[in-house]
Structure formats: structure tokens, C-alpha cells
Ligand binder design. Structure first.
Ligand code: SF4
Length: 396
């Protein structure tokens, strides 16, 4: 059962929110209908105030981030022509297609030298020539070169792809990857689980039930993971709630999810954007904030709700720190996938910029590891150079 949340109902201007506020105060779990009501209410500040209260009850004013680096080893993908929202993938012989050698991955990873990078976030396309050996060799080489850097790699979709081309079970693939150095999995590839939505935006991609099944298997093997939802395309509010309910159910079952990260759809340079006639118009700030707030309130069994500043801008991410968000995407270094579909945000952020952003929201920045253990707390005048690591403090 969720913890009761102390909250002043007088802050709600929309009367349809009152029964939901009362439920939260009693510590009752919200239904999908409640979640849909939160999405539909125009009282964004009321929804945000409830999410903020739920967030403060868990985290106070602390906002965490990770010093991480994204590496995208291949953009070659067998689903290049069927994922209508993707601008990143290429066919093997198409202009712009690339597949890093292991040496190139290591060279990319060396951008971490002289920085405090603690995590590699590694995702890419479904490349027929990037099988199990490609990734096990890569992870072993990375662990040798950067022994203290955590490897968060391969979405559920990539795991299923490797299993298919290697004719192995997904469980055996996960075991082999874990043995080679895989620490946790990212949450990408979920899109929106609804079959009707997938028929339009990604009809050949791993389905929602299979996405859940790969994460369930990973959790059983001790590989924790994140999860996501892509919103702002053709999905309905009910589709969003069905998706969130599936995530909440798996979290009840395994407790293996570390964080939920809603991802906004970007319509530039992809087929779906042209079909929808929405090139250049990404999600609204209103919808970005509401997705984060509903995530906080409905996913009562998730400790961490994360805002991805690359997708929603650093400005919206900063405001989101008062709409239920306790964690913000980290330094990143060089992001490619969302910039391929029109993200105008920087490709990375310095630690000093992150501190400024979090402090600017009146919050207390803290650097975390990949399991959300706090490594460094930053006081009002501390910089990255003046604060040493503390012994990790578990927050999950
Ligand atoms: S979204 Fe992923 S699976 Fe789909 S085409 Fe792009 S890289 Fe491939």
C-alpha cells in the first residue's frame, strides 16, 4: 500500500481531483481511471502539487543525477523502415550507417578519461552483425579499460534481437551479458505498449508483453532496469494508463525497476512526424509535466521518477523538479538518438551546469551511482572540485 501523503486539498481547483487527493491522503492506490482523470484535468498545478507532495514524502528536497556517458555503437537496424518515429536507424548500406569496432567503442569511452564518468549508457540499433559476441567482447573490453564504470546497456528490444539472431533464450543471453559485465539495463524500447498504437508507430517491434517479460527475466537474474513510455504521438490517455499499469504490476511482482522515465516523442526527421503533419512540434511543456506528475502518483511503488532533459529541455526538467521528479538525466557527454529526430538541446551538460539547474529550482543536488545510492551531496557553495565522494548511501 502507498504511504499516506500529507496534502492540502484546498490547493485543488478542479473538483474532479478532490476524490483523488483524498485517496492519496488515505494512502490508497490510484486506479487507471484516476490516472486518466489526472491526465485530463486542466488543473496542472493541482496535479503537480499532489505529485510534489508524494515526491517530497520520499525525497525531501534532494535531486539526484548521474555522471554518465552515452555510447551508441551501431545505428544499423533491421527495423529501419518500420519504426515510424525513429530518425536514428539506417540500413546497412545507407548513407550515414555506422557500426563501431570494439576499438572505436573504446576510443569513444575514453572521452570519460579525466572526467568523473561513472556509467556508460549503451544502446543502438538491431544490427544483424552485432550479436552476442560483439557485446560480450565490448563489455569485457570496457570493464578492463574502465574497471569502475558501471555498464547500463541494451534495451529489452536489443536483448530479444540478440536472442533471435543467436537462436538462444533471452535468459541465456542475459546471463552471458551479465557474465561479461552488464550491470543494469536501460528502459528504452517500450514506446507505448498498446497493440493499436504499435500497429501505427512500430508494428514489427517487440510487443509490450514481451518487453515486460524481458525485464521480468532480467530482474530474476539480478539485473535491475529502468522503464519508459514514449508519449505525444498517436496514443490515447487510456493507452498511457494501460502502459503504466503494466509497469506497476511488474514492479509489484519483482521490485526490479529502478526508475520510470517518460520520453516525449519528437516529430522531426521521421516518417510519423510527416504523417501526423507535426514536423517541428514536439510535445507541449504542459504534457511533459503532466506525464511526470502522473508517473509519480500512479507508480506508487517506484522510488525514482526521472526527467530526461535532452527530450523535454533543461528548462522543463527544472520545473519538473516541483512536479514529482527526484532525478534528472546526467552529464551524457554525446547524445545521438534524440538529436537525430530534432532535439535542440545540448548533447551533454557539465556537472557545474547540472548543479546550477538543480539549485535554481531551490533543490539540493546530489550525485548518485547507477543504483541511486548517493555519492556526493552538494551544499550551497560546493563545486564538483570541492566535494569528495562519501560512502554510498542507499536511497532505494
Ligand atoms: S527505434 Fe530502435 S528498433 Fe526501431 S528503427 Fe530505431 S533503432 Fe531500430
Amino acid at each position: 500500500m502507498p504511504t499516506p501523503i500529507s496534502f492540502d486539498l484546498a490547493r485543488l481547483r478542479d473538483p474532479v481531483l478532490l476524490p483523488i487527493g483524498e485517496k492519496l491522503r488515505r494512502g490508497e492506490r490510484l486506479t487507471q481511471t484516476d490516472g486518466a482523470t489526472l491526465f485530463r484535468s486542466a488543473d496542472l498545478l493541482g496535479v503537480g502539487a499532489m505529485a510534489d507532495a508524494a515526491n517530497r514524502a520520499r525525497h525531501g528536497d534532494r535531486v539526484t543525477f548521474a555522471s554518465n556517458q552515452h555510447i551508441n555503437p551501431t545505428n544499423v537496424c533491421v527495423l529501419r523502415t518500420t519504426c515510424a518515429f525513429c530518425g536514428y536507424a539506417r540500413l546497412p548500406k545507407e548513407a550515414g550507417a555506422y557500426r563501431y569496432t570494439i576499438e572505436q567503442v573504446l576510443a569513444e569511452s575514453d572521452r570519460a578519461d579525466g572526467t568523473i564518468t561513472r556509467e556508460f549508457h549503451i544502446v543502438g540499433g538491431l544490427d544483424m552483425k552485432a550479436g552476442l559476441t560483439y557485446y560480450t567482447t565490448m563489455f569485457r573490453a570496457l570493464k578492463t579499460r574502465h574497471p569502475h564504470v558501471h555498464i547500463k546497456a541494451l534495451t529489452a528490444v536489443e536483448i530479444a534481437h540478440i536472442a533471435r539472431i543467436e537462436k538462444m533464450s533471452r535468459e541465456d543471453v542475459l546471463r552471458a551479458l551479465k557474465d561479461a559485465g552488464l550491470d543494469t539495463m536501460p528502459g528504452g524500447g517500450a514506446e507505448t505498449f498498446s497493440a493499436a498504437v504499435r500497429d501505427v508507430i512500430a508494428d514489427k517491434k517487440l510487443g509490450g508483453a514481451d518487453y515486460i517479460d524481458v525485464h521480468r527475466t532480467a530482474h530474476r537474474l539480478g539485473i535491475r532496469s529502468n522503464c519508459t513510455m514514449l508519449y505525444g504521438h498517436v496514443e490515447t490517455i487510456e493507452d498511457r494508463m494501460e502502459h503504466l499499469a503494466m509497469l506497476r504490476d511488474l514492479q509489484d511482482e519483482t521490485g526490479g525497476f529502478l526508475a520510470y522515465i517518460p520520453l516525449s516523442y519528437h516529430p522531426d526527421d521521421n516518417e510519423l512526424g510527416k504523417t501526423l503533419g507535426r514536423e517541428g512540434i514536439a510535445s507541449t511543456g504542459f504534457d511533459d509535466l503532466r506525464n511526470l506528475a502522473v508517473g509519480r502518483l500512479f507508480l506508487d511503488n517506484f522510488v525514482h521518477i526521472k526527467s530526461h532533459w535532452i527530450m523535454v529541455t533543461s528548462a522543463v526538467s527544472q520545473i519538473a523538479l516541483h512536479f514529482g521528479v527526484n532525478d534528472i538525466e546526467g552529464t551524457v557527454v554525446r547524445e545521438k538518438i534524440y538529436h537525430a529526430v530534432g532535439a535542440h538541446t545540448p548533447q551533454g551538460m557539465t556537472l557545474a551546469e547540472l548543479l546550477t539547474l538543480i539549485r535554481g529550482a531551490g533543490k539540493q543536488p546530489a550525485e548518485r551511482d547507477s543504483f541511486y545510492n548517493v555519492l556526493r551531496e552538494f551544499g550551497e557553495h560546493d563545486s564538483a572540485d570541492t566535494v569528495q565522494d562519501v560512502v554510498a548511501v542507499a536511497t532505494t
